[in-house]
Write a protein that binds this ligand. Structure first.
Ligand code: NAP
Ligand code: F7E
Length: 324
């Protein structure tokens, strides 16, 4: 089985590459064309897929890459994934996260390729929790709007042309490999410092572990194409995360609220209902909130800088680079 993972250099790309490699897949990792691939997360999980340069903004490049690799499954994880930045980069974010997916759909139309699309709970905006597959989408950020465009196009191509695409509406999932700009990782590192600057502590999120969530992605492509919510069903506030992190580290940093970290429009309370994923896919989360916070804080405490400073010297772990 051949799998192409876009966004291989990100958090989920690394965990999914590890999982599919363990399942005996031939894994091809698409990294952003023009940038040197950041292989630190792959190195951390000791996985070394074949790497292929890829740019979601360019249709011919997307099509040529897919035609060259001939994957059985594509996992589209590539995106401008930081919600706060999407307010500063709305056009770019909507092009990559929305139109980029249309380019993939066009490239695989009529082909026997199964596609996983990384949809998101951010599409729900302030819809009343718990949010499920039938909850209306009312996005509150350019990120959510771009992802909703992609989500709608996937449904449309499934219904119009029989494209075998499944969308995972994933709620927040974290790990020691999380980007350092996201609030959980910022806190996991920040509790080891004297000072921590944060924004809205009242926002609530349904936080799971990325390792569990990539398993759901794979399960979706082994079933009939459909849309699935993936979540733990329990929400905590940013303040709860901070409290749990301080308990884990045993430290007491000075926390300052900085308006710079507030968003023009906030999503207040996300908490998912993953009943459909449990009943159809047999998927269940295995990591509790306390275990997730503990793992992230302990890993952060081992590093002097960000996690990849600690794996310096082991790079690169790229098998080879293929150019389509
Ligand atoms: P991430 O760590 O930010 O990784 C994003 C990946 O996309 C990186 O490999 C990045 O490459 C790549 N990328 C960005 N722009 C690209 C472009 N124009 N062309 C090709 N590649 C590009 O995100 P993640 O947390 O792993 O999330 C994976 C996917 O799930 C994303 O689509 C995200 O929006 C979605 N999602 C995430 C969550 C969550 O809680 N983590 C929840 C719901 C949905 P560089 O390394 O070069 O920047
Ligand atoms: O913010 C609040 C912030 O940036 C969480 C992405 O993976 O999940 C992620 O998006 C909450 C928000 O994640 C700070 O206002 C307070 O309410 O960690 P975050 P996110 O925006 O929920 C969804 C599902 C995705 O799809 C996205 O790709 O925390 N918050 N103080 C802060 N957030 C940040 N980043 N930094 C702060 O200082």
């Amino acid at each position: 089985m051949r799998a192409l993972i876009t966004g291989i250099t990100g958090q989920d790309g690394a965990y999914l590459a590890r999982l599919l490699t363990d399942y005996g897949y031939e894994v091809f990792g698409a990294y952003r064309r023009g940038a040197s691939p950041r292989t630190e997360r792959l190195a951390y999980l000791n996985v070394s897929p074949e790497m292929v340069p890829f740019e979601l903004g360019e249709y011919e490049n997307v099509k040529r890459t897919i035609d060259h690799i001939k994957p059985d499954e594509i996992y589209n994880l590539a995106a401008q994934s930081f919600v706060a930045d999407s307010f500063e980069l709305p056009t770019y974010t909507c092009d990559v996260n929305g139109m980029g997916v249309l380019r993939i759909l066009e490239a695989i139309r009529g082909k026997d390729i199964r596609l996983y699309q990384a949809s998101t709970s951010e599409m729900f905006g302030n819809a009343t929790p718990r949010q499920s597959e039938t909850t209306p989408f009312i996005p509150r950020s350019p990120y959510g709007c771009g992802k909703l465009l992609a989500h709608s196009l996937c449904r449309n191509y499934r219904e119009s042309y029989g494209v075998q695409v499944s969308c995972g509406i994933l709620f927040n999932h974290e790990s020691p490999l999380r980007g350092k700009e996201f609030v959980t990782q910022k806190i996991a590192y920040g509790v080891w410092d004297e000072h921590l600057r944060l924004g809205n502590l009242e926002a609530k999120r349904d936080w799971g572990h990325a390792r569990d969530y990539v398993k759901a992605m794979w399960l979706m492509l082994q079933h009939q194409p459909d849309d699935f919510v993936v979540a733990t069903g329990t929400a905590h506030s940013v303040k709860d995360f901070l409290t749990a992190a301080k308990q884990e580290s045993g430290t007491e940093p000075v926390v300052t609220i900085d308006p710079k970290f507030y968003r023009p429009a906030e999503v207040n309370h996300l908490c998912g209902d993953a009943t459909k994923a449990r009943e159809i896919l047999g998927w269940e989360p295995t990591t509790t909130f306390r275990d997730l916070v503990g793992e992230m804080v302990r890993e952060a405490g081992k590093c002097s800088g960000y996690f990849w400073d600690s794996i310096d010297g082991k790079l690169p772990r790229i098998k080879s680079v293929i150019t389509a």
